[in-house]
Design a protein around this ligand. Sequence first.
Ligand SMILES: [Zn+2]
Length: 249
Amino acid sequence: MSRMLLRLNAVSEVAPLANLRQLFDLQELDLQIGRHQTELASVEARLADESALVKTRSKVSELEERSLQLRKEHASKSQGVQELQDKAKGLDQRLYGGSIRNAKELEALHAELQFAKSQANEEEDGLLSLMLAVDEAEAGLAMSHTDLGLAEKSRAQTVATLTNEQATLSERLRASSANRHQIVVGIAPALLAQYEQVRKARQGVALAKVERGMCMGCRLTLPASELQRVRTSQEPVTCSSCGRILYAG
Ligand SMILES: [Zn+2]
């Protein structure tokens, strides 16, 4: 029994270094997971963002509204011109029909006819510029329909590309998560807890390699005693300056 305990102790004594190596793999994986999560979030944000299309659609309906309004105005003005022309025609018939002989009455009728004609001419000018405005609005509308068609096509392509990226990233994250589970079960719970704690406090990087006597996490030179402990201690040693778990590699 005691021999077995000794054996177990011996195993746990070599464990820290092996654990740190696994912890380092875990950190690499966690950093990769973090990158994929960021990418996935960006892909999903772009998938949800229909603002360009919404803008183009609203431009189309704005121009449709304007076109419709101008066509209505044109129809109404056109009717007004017709009425004035009919009125002038009626006055003309009365004036030259021969039924009115009174000079004063004829003079008044003549004045009324002149006025109706000038009014009709004026309205016709207005009708012409309205016609030009209708043409212009309809040309703009046709162009915006083309723009919308192109925007919809481009959006469909973007959505297809992003959906593929989303599926690929989701699959990678699923695989990484399974991989993470496998690594985690091999690490001592206390060390894992420490790792998670430092990771949270140090922007995702809990473990720092020691290179040329320097903590690669904060790039400060470690005191000789700390370096010595990194090499010999059975317990994880943390950098006295940044708090990261030091890994000799
Ligand atoms: Zn450090």
